[in-house]
Every structure is written in C-alpha cells, then in structure tokens.
Design a protein around this ligand. Structure first.
Ligand SMILES: Cc1cc2nc3c(=O)[nH]c(=O)nc-3n(C[C@H](O)[C@H](O)[C@H](O)COP(=O)(O)OP(=O)(O)OC[C@H]3O[C@@H](n4cnc5c(N)ncnc54)[C@H](O)[C@@H]3O)c2cc1C
Length: 527
C-alpha cells in the first residue's frame, strides 16, 4: 500500500476483523486474553448473523446423537465434507450451545423448561435451537455484543473498513483500515501478532441475495490477494425462498416455514416439488432452489403457500417474515408469498484447519469467510451459525496457546464511518446471471471477462480489488470444476464424478484459469 499511514495501533492481543457471531464469540472465548475487534458496522447488528432466522443446530434432543447430526451434514454435503471436521463440529455443538446459554442467549423453551427444538429440511431430528420463532440471529448476536461491549479485555472499534493485510517477513502482522469520508479519509495500520478474520460471506457480490450489502467477500479477497489458499470457492448456496418483492437485498422466508408444512406452488396453485424430489419441499436446498429457478425460467411465478400449514398462527410464530410480508401488503395467513432463489451462503472460503489456521502464518479465519470442510458442496441448514461458534472457540484456544500478549501502543481515533464503494452493478448482474444456479462454460468465461473489466476500471481501489478477487475465485473455481455437485451445477457437465474432491486455489491459480479462458475465447473467435 503506497498511501500515507495516518496512525499505527499495536493491539495487545488478537486483532479480530468482523463483529458478527464469529467475531464476537471468538473475542468472548479469547477473554481475558485481549482482543481488538474491528467492524464496519454496529456490533450486534452487523453482518448476516443479525439476520439469521432459523437457529443453530445441535444434537441435544431426546433420541438424537452427534452421529446422526454428522450423518445428515455429510449427506447434504454431496461427497466433499471433511469427515474429521464434521465429527468435531457435531460433537462440540452441545457445548457451544451451553456457552451461549451461559452468555445469556434467550432460546425458546418448552413448558417444562427444556430447550424447544425446531426441525429443518434434511435434518433427521428436531435439533434447531431458536429464539421467538425466527429471531435467533438478532437476539443471539445482540446478547453476544452486550457481553463483548462490557468485557474489559475486549475493545470494539466500529466504523473502520479494512482494505489489506499487512504482511511482514512472510507473516501476517496486521490490517490496513480506512475511516472517515471524502478528504477526511484516513488510513490506520492495526498491528497484532494474531489476526483473525470473521468477515462473513460473499452474497452481495450477486445482484439477487439475502445477505446484507456489507457481506461482499472482502475478507476472502484480502486473504487471496495476500496469497492465501481458498477452498471450495465454487460452492455457493442459493436460498430457495427469498421473498420476491423487488428489494435489494431480498428478504428471506425461512426454511422453517417449509419445515412447518408450507408448500411451493405456481400461479395456478400447482404444487410442483413432489414430482421432483421424494422429500418434496423438504428436499436438499440446491434441488429445491433449482426447481424454483427452472419454473421461473419457464415463465411461471412461484409462491410459498403457508395458508393451510400455518395460517392464523403466522404472526406469532414467524414475526419477522410476517412484518416483511405486511410491509409489501401481503398477509401470509391468507395469501401465498411470492418467492425466488437468491445467493445466500458461501460454503467456500479461506482454507482453514481444525484450529481456524489458514495457509498464511499469523492469519486465522472463522465463520462464513472460512472453508473448513464442514459443509462440503452444500450446507445443511443451521450448521453455519454453529460453525462460527465451534471454530470461534477453537481459534481462540489456539491463539491463546501460541501468542503472547504485548503492550498496546497508539490510541485509536474515534472514526467517522467510512462508506466503502458498493459492489459494481455489472459484476453483480454477471454473477447472478452466469455464476448462479445453472452455470455453463460460455457464461463463466463471460463473467470472468466482466470481473476483469470492472477490476481494470477500478484503478487499484483496494476495496474494489478485494471484491473482484473474491468474485474471480468463485468464478474460476466454477469453471475449473467439470461436474455438477451440491450447490455447483454445470449445464454442460451435469454428471457427478465418482471421485469427490474439494478444490484449493490461490488467486494466482484463478488468474491463470481466467487468462486461459480469455485465450481460448479469443482463438475460437479467430477461427
Ligand atoms: C437472511 C439470512 C438468514 C440466515 N439464517 C441462518 C440460520 O437460521 N442458521 C444458520 O446457521 N445460518 C443462517 N444464515 C447464515 C449465517 O447467518 C451466516 O453464515 C453467519 O451469520 C456468518 O457469521 P459471520 O460472523 O461469519 O459473518 P457476519 O455475521 O456476516 O459478519 C461479518 C462481519 O465482518 C465485517 N466486515 C466484513 N468486511 C469488512 C471490512 N472490509 N472491514 C471491516 N469489517 C468488515 C462486517 O461488518 C460484519 O461485522 C443466514 C443468513 C442470512 C443472510
């Protein structure tokens, strides 16, 4: 980075980037080891975490077991889950729920005081802890933020936008971050012996997404630009039932509605899922999302019909979805909800091991920005918040055991919020059109060309380079995978290969794939 550094802050312990569930939980598990948490937006309201509706999966119900949770996770993952990671997550899940209860998470309870457990698609037991129906993300993140803000070993700085990793002698030593607006924009170097990324997913790189617009792959892009290995980037999960009322981001109609018996119908009232999958609306997310996508591509409209299954209980049982519907003049108790698939979750991310360590010394990654091998090619619902907790705890333990605290230096300024450039429209549209639910060679090559032209037009703006790097990782990995599996469907390679393999690429690999794609497109044009 060639710009003038206005301030250097030496963090006494770990530097955590992101204040969603992964960042906040990691900070709390590090305590009393000191943590400095940087967040673009307000802790407790920031990232996808605050928007999660369903809940968190853990095998704590009667008759359930960690083995059953692991089996369901592996079945959803379409052959590329890492069984060792799946086992440790399923085994540790009940302890992480205990941690949340100890922090004060207000999970719903039965009349006898036991935790109320919901059931979601592809889970063979009721094992989802939830809060007031569909408010798990908001309430748990708020609880963690309150705890973190009152913990003396945790310092949270809001309003800083991270741009680039600081790498010194081959080791990650901090993060460059911007704050302020216009001519008042300042650059700060935050230095730390351990940097933990908890920067969330990539949804807003797509034009149609359920994710908040701050969730645009910048952590993944920053790590890739510093040379980190990125795993399974091609595996993006599309939520089948975003509410199609023309909003960006698209609000979500939680999977739990289908768990309660809501059905998918077209504009004539025809229920199409039973002919497509034996579990109908409760089939795997990718199958249901693709079925809806194809109905819409054929010119139909698709609706989630909750009238019979939920009806008058809707407002009490699903208050968030009810409010969203009401704001669009839809009464879900008496009217079907218009839905369409939207980019929702990234199974891929910064390759990280069972301790959250990445391929870069000094950098850990937890939560959605990481790819641990838990989800394989398709995430099982409600396993992602769980992953933030399991790896938050593990990374915290690892950092505490390997890094010594040091004296803090420098005084962080009180920042004015920095408004990062939004992801360019042309790139978002190309991602939705060409790197979405059905991908083909020509579309993926065209998306790579769009990403590269956006990158060139950005004239080195680092926030933009992080987004284009993330988009390039996803698209190049999708072009390199010549099969269909889980969230990745190639219309010109519809088969699933007998041997399942995860993908591991660096940005240099992705750039080579993009260069080869451009060369073959040009030579085909010359024929
Ligand atoms: C609508 C919706 C519903 C969902 N429902 C569920 C559910 O019921 N169960 C489940 O398990 N999962 C669910 N998910 C997925 C789950 O919410 C996410 O996977 C999880 O919250 C990710 O947590 P995180 O802490 O890794 O990232 P996030 O919560 O997204 O937090 C990322 C943080 O990084 C910060 N950040 C990013 N880039 C920068 C930067 N450059 N500079 C500074 N800060 C930065 C952001 O400001 C934010 O604080 C849902 C997702 C959505 C969108």
């Amino acid at each position: 980075m060639t710009r003038r550094i206005d301030n250097i802050i030496e963090a006494p312990g770990a530097l955590i980037l992101g204040a969603g569930m992964a960042g906040l939980f990691t900070a709390l598990k590090l305590a009393p080891f000191p943590a400095l948490v940087l967040a673009g937006a307000r802790p407790g309201r920031s990232g996808s975490s605050a928007w999660a509706q369903g809940g968190i999966a853990a095998a704590i119900g009667e008759g359930d077991s960690w083995q059953s949770h692991a089996e369901d996770t592996i079945a959803a993952g379409a052959g590329t889950c890492d069984p060792k990671i799946v086992e440790l997550v399923a085994r540790e899940a009940p302890s992480r729920i205990e941690d949340l209860l100890a922090f004060g998470a207000p999970f719903d309870r039965n009349a006898d005081g036991s935790l109320a457990l919901g059931r979601e698609a592809a889970h063979s037991h009721r094992r989802i802890v939830h809060v007031r129906g569909d408010r798990a993300g908001a309430e748990v993140t708020r609880t963690l933020a309150e705890r973190a803000l009152s913990n003396p070993s945790i310092q949270i700085l809001e309003g800083f936008h991270a741009l680039e990793l600081a790498v010194e002698n081959g080791r990650v030593r901090g993060v460059f971050a911007r704050y302020g607006t216009g001519h008042g924009t300042r650059l700060v170097l935050f230095r730390a012996k351990a940097v933990i990324f908890a920067t969330g997913g990539i949804g807003a790189l797509y034009a149609v997404t359920t994710n908040p617009l701050e969730t645009r792959g910048e952590g993944l892009g920053m790590a890739a630009r510093a040379g980190a290995v990125i795993a399974d980037a091609e595996f993006v999960q599309f939520h089948p039932t975003a509410i199609a009322i023309g909003r960006d981001p698209a609000p979500l109609a939680t999977e739990a509605l289908r768990g309660e018996g809501a059905i998918l119908v077209d504009e004539t009232g025809h229920r199409f899922m039973p002919a497509i999958h034996k579990d109908a609306e409760l089939g795997p997310r990718d199958v249901v999302a693709r079925a809806i996508h194809r109905e819409i591509a054929r010119g139909h409209k698709v609706f989630l019909d909750c009238r019979e299954a939920i009806g008058a209980r809707f407002a009490d049982r699903f208050p968030t979805v009810f409010e969203i519907c009401k704001s669009a003049n839809i009464d879900p108790a008496t009217q079907p909800i218009p839905v369409a698939p939207a980019a929702h979750y990234h199974m891929g991310g910064i390759a990280s091991d069972e301790h959250g360590r990445t391929s870069l010394e000094g950098l850990w990654a937890v939560g959605e920005c990481a790819s641990t091998g838990l989800h394989g090619a398709n995430r099982l619902a409600s396993n992602s918040l769980l992953e933030t907790l399991v790896f938050g705890a593990r990374a915290a333990k690892d950092v505490r055991g390997t890094i010594a605290t040091q004296p803090a230096q420098g005084t962080p300024p009180a920042p004015e919020r920095f408004n990062a450039p939004p992801p360019p429209k042309a790139m978002r549209e190309a991602m939705t059109r060409d790197v979405g639910l059905e991908r083909d060679e020509a579309g993926l090559k065209s998306a790579l060309a769009t990403i590269e032209s956006v990158e060139r037009a950005g004239a080195g703006e680092p926030a933009l380079l992080n987004m284009t790097a993330a988009a390039k990782m996803v698209t190049a990995a999708a072009l390199a995978r010549h099969e269909s599996r889980g969230g990745h469907f190639r219309s010109n390679y519809p088969q699933t290969d007998a041997v399942a393999k995860r993908s591991f690429f660096t940005l240099a690999d992705a750039e080579k794939i993009a260069a080869d794609a451009s060369a073959t497109t040009k030579s085909a044009a010359c024929l």
